[in-house]
Design a protein around this ligand. Structure first.
Ligand code: PTJ
Length: 264
């Protein structure tokens, strides 16, 4: 990625894109992951490519949910493995979560590759690979239904970054608390999750970890009350208001770049 100049104004975004492309070349990111990433980039633009204030609230609630869980699990797909493997491992360490591979476009080869990526990033154990995915999420018909009996199946809190809506709904029907990370505040996942974080996964996971480190000493009742007081629908409305306000300001101020052509 040396070809991206250090001072390129879109460097961070280009680096992220390259990681996903590299994952496709290596074979563990689905081709469809490129489309998902592009959609994410668009929504990231709309929120200003930084964590909006309502997402910080959701990240704090997510930290409380994971810390108060009996069995928290972080679900990992191809895009997440490409973009934030270290952040997954670090968050799992802080909140004591298990890590599980769960793919929409499932192949045994991709499962094993993602396991290897996570292990290189420091994971001691990765669930959901091969025979380990022996349990089934009821009323779900995609390949995502196959999960580890020691992981997502048994979990009370599941973190699902970059998800499709069906599994979120099925996990909710099983009585689980679902924490989603999705830049699209209008997606079915966002609307079905218990706690939706409208932020880029590369910012969201470290933010949750930071909140978790702060909240770690609190009694379980206090953590549970943070979760109980979080209103997902109200939070999503705040995100939409944030985007609407930004667009209104930009439309008034003007968005064209100004060039100083000098006098000489
Ligand atoms: O690895 P697999 O086989 O499990 O497949 C993974 C993808 C992502 C291809 C699959 O889950 C999929 O098709 O997802 P969707 O339905 O396209 O949804 C992905 C959602 O994630 C969209 O709403 C995007 O806006 C959002 N998104 C994309 N990139 C990011 C993101 N959200 C947070 N951070 C991102 N970097």
């Amino acid at each position: 990625m040396e070809w991206i100049p250090p001072n390129h104004p879109r460097r961070t975004s280009l680096l992220m894109r390259e990681k996903v492309v590299e994952g496709v070349r290596e074979g563990y990111v689905a081709l469809q992951g490129l489309i998902a990433h592009g959609r994410g980039e668009c929504f990231d633009y709309l929120i200003g490519e930084e964590t909006p204030p309502p997402a910080l609230e959701a990240e704090r609630a997510a930290a409380a949910a994971l810390l108060s869980a009996q069995l928290p699990v972080i679900s990992v797909n191809g895009n997440v493995a490409a973009l934030a493997p270290e952040a997954v491992v670090e968050l799992a360490r802080i909140v004591g979560a298990r890590i599980e591979v769960n793919l929409f476009y499932r192949t045994p080869e991709r499962e094993r590759q993602i396991e290897a990526v996570l292990k290189r990033a420091g994971a001691a154990e990765v669930l959901g690979v091969g025979e380990d995915a022996a349990c089934t999420i009821p009323e779900l018909f995609s390949e995502r239904r196959r999960v580890s009996c020691r992981g997502i199946y048994a979990a009370d809190v599941v973190l699902v970054p970059l998800e499709d809506g069906d599994r979120t709904e099925a996990l909710r029907r099983m009585g689980k608390t679902v924490v989603a990370v999705d830049l699209n505040p209008l997606s079915r996942t966002s609307r079905a999750a218990s706690i939706t974080i409208v932020d880029n996964v590369v910012r969201a996971l470290p933010n949750i970890a930071k909140f978790a480190a702060e909240l770690k000493g609190l009694p379980r009742e206090e953590l549970l009350s943070i979760v109980k007081n979080f209103d997902n629908d109200a939070n999503l409305r705040k995100v939409l208001e944030h985007i609407a306000r930004r667009l209104a300001e930009l439309s008034q101020r003007g968005v064209a770049l100004q060039f100083d052509v000098g006098s000489g």
